[in-house]
Structure formats: structure tokens, C-alpha cells
Design a protein around this ligand. Sequence first.
Ligand SMILES: NC(=O)c1ccc[n+]([C@@H]2O[C@H](COP(=O)([O-])OP(=O)(O)OC[C@H]3O[C@@H](n4cnc5c(N)ncnc54)[C@H](O)[C@@H]3O)[C@@H](O)[C@H]2O)c1
Ligand SMILES: Nc1ncnc2c1ncn2[C@@H]1O[C@H](COP(=O)(O)O)[C@@H](O)[C@H]1O
Ligand SMILES: O=P(O)(O)OP(=O)(O)O
Length: 263
Amino acid sequence: MQAAAIIEHIINWLRDYATQSNCKGFVVGVSGGIDSAVVSTLAAQTGLPTLVLELPIHQKVNQIARAQEHIRQLKSRFSNIQSNSIDLTSTFDSFTIAVDVADQNEQQTQLALANARSRLRMITLYYYAQQNGLLVVGTGNKIEDFGVGFFTKYGDGGVDLSPIADLLKSQVYALAKELNIDQKIIDAPPTDGLWDTDKTDEEQIGATYPELEWAMSIYDTHKIDDFTDRQREVYAIYDRYHRAMQHKINPIPVCKIPPELLN
Ligand SMILES: NC(=O)c1ccc[n+]([C@@H]2O[C@H](COP(=O)([O-])OP(=O)(O)OC[C@H]3O[C@@H](n4cnc5c(N)ncnc54)[C@H](O)[C@@H]3O)[C@@H](O)[C@H]2O)c1
Ligand SMILES: Nc1ncnc2c1ncn2[C@@H]1O[C@H](COP(=O)(O)O)[C@@H](O)[C@H]1O
Ligand SMILES: O=P(O)(O)OP(=O)(O)O
């Protein structure tokens, strides 16, 4: 793939969209992971004002360190970068008290709270976007957004524009190399960072990103009989996630009222 040309294409796309929408620039949440590192660097290269936010919620120290180092490097390379760090831990803790969590260890409650963390970040990003005339830039890649739906609906999925959602995770890594992203970020196992335990994406999903890329590439076109045992397993994982995510990418169902009932 032509990494440099793709980078230029995305930068122009971001700049054109901001201009057409009469917005001044961008806001991006930076987690210390590869996707947000690539997206924030692309936004920075537009030359438009770009606000990068670090939004920890009971965050692991290594994630915080990577995010802060990335922001430091961005600020030293680009004069259009502004940054802020807002610790949402106490906000999240207040929320858990307000909803009166009975059993924090119950599985569905843990999932609801994990997604609540992502949604608190979305609220914060939109606060700064509105206040400063900026657009919220998404960081989802093609596997997360169109393959397995590994994002929070109206959390990190709630964005104004999505510059890397047509790129597979391996292609995001290729961009990261071209953009000189810190090696610590490139080496970090992808994680959603939403849990108190150290869960990587691969541990949560049960398949690696290269495996998911394979499943996405052959989905619906290949006969399952030709697969190895592991391929069958991966296909089943992908299929389950892909079916379950449809409600996240389709327009929300609207109840149409029969016209005669409106007279
Ligand atoms: N980028 C990342 O790596 C990243 C970021 C955030 C979350 N995640 C992960 O993504 C997963 C998100 O969990 P999720 O998908 O259960 O939560 P979600 O909140 O994204 O989606 C579930 C919600 O969607 C609604 N819903 C469910 N079925 C529906 C249907 N058929 N039609 C309409 N609406 C429906 C319900 O309100 C339900 O609570 C978690 O595993 C989380 O850890 C990953
Ligand atoms: N700690 C964080 N600070 C700012 N922004 C964050 C943080 N954690 C996550 N984000 C944003 O959400 C997306 C998705 O996150 P995952 O870590 O992949 O769940 C991330 O790219 C950041 O933009
Ligand atoms: O979205 P990010 O930046 O947190 O990347 P990853 O999901 O690879 O941790």
C-alpha cells in the first residue's frame, strides 16, 4: 500500500471537511493506543487548530505515560496543537454511586460500566468541540467499525467524522510507521482500556486482528468446509460479532405512523 499517499489523502479530506463545515479544526481523544496516535497526528498535519485530550478513568499508568509522551511529541512537532488532561475518574465514580450499582462484579453491570466510561469521554469531547468550534474526530478502524463492532455505541462510536475507518488494523500500523509514531505505542497490545483488569482486545474477542482481517476478507464468499479447525473458530467468532453489530451501523429504526392515524 502507498502509505505516504494515503496519509496525504486523509489530511486533505480532513481539511476539506472542516472548511466546508465552517469548523476551525479538530478535537481528538488520545489514549496511548495506535489508532488515536495515528488520527491525532493526521489531524495535526492539516495545520488546523487541533485539541488533543487525555481523559483517564482509573487508567493504567503505562497507558497514561504513552498518551502523555505522544502529546508531548505532537506539541514539539506541530504549533497548531493544544492539549488538555481531564481526569474523569471522580466523574465516573460519582456516576456509579448515582446509578446505585448493586453488584459491580456482575458481568452485564461491568459491561454497562465499561461502556459508560467511553460515553463520558464522548460527552467531554463534544463539550470542547462545541465550545471551540471544533469537530470530534473518530479513531475507529475498519475491523472495529465494520467488522466486529468493537466500539461503544454513542461512546467512541459517537463522532463527527472518521478518517481511518476504511483502513484495516495492519494498514493503520503501516501509517503509524510512516508517521514516526513512538515505538512504545506501536508495540503496545491493542486494548479498549475500559476495564479494571488489563484486558487486551484479542483476549476479549478471542481472535487476533490478523485473524479478524482474514475472516473479514473471506466473509460470505468461502466454503467453511475448506477451513482448518482454527479458521472455523475464528470465522464463528467473526460471524457472531458481525451479526450482533448491525444495529450499530444501520440507521436507527423509526416507527412509521400510518397516515390515516394522523388525520
Ligand atoms: N475501540 C475499542 O477497542 C473499544 C471501545 C469501546 C468499547 N469497546 C468494546 O466494545 C464492546 C461494546 O459492547 P456492546 O456492543 O455490548 O455495547 P454497546 O453499548 O456499543 O451496544 C449495546 C447496546 O446497543 C443497544 N442494542 C443492542 N441490540 C440492539 C438491536 N438489535 N437494535 C438496536 N439497539 C440494540 C442496547 O441499548 C445495548 O445496550 C465492549 O466489549 C467494549 O469493551 C471497544
Ligand atoms: N484515556 C483516554 N483519553 C482520551 N481518549 C481516550 C482514552 N481512552 C480511549 N480514548 C478514546 O477512545 C478511543 C477508543 O478507545 P479504545 O482505547 O480503543 O477503546 C481512542 O482511540 C481514543 O480516541
Ligand atoms: O483506539 P486506541 O488509540 O486506544 O488504539 P488501540 O485500540 O489499538 O488500543
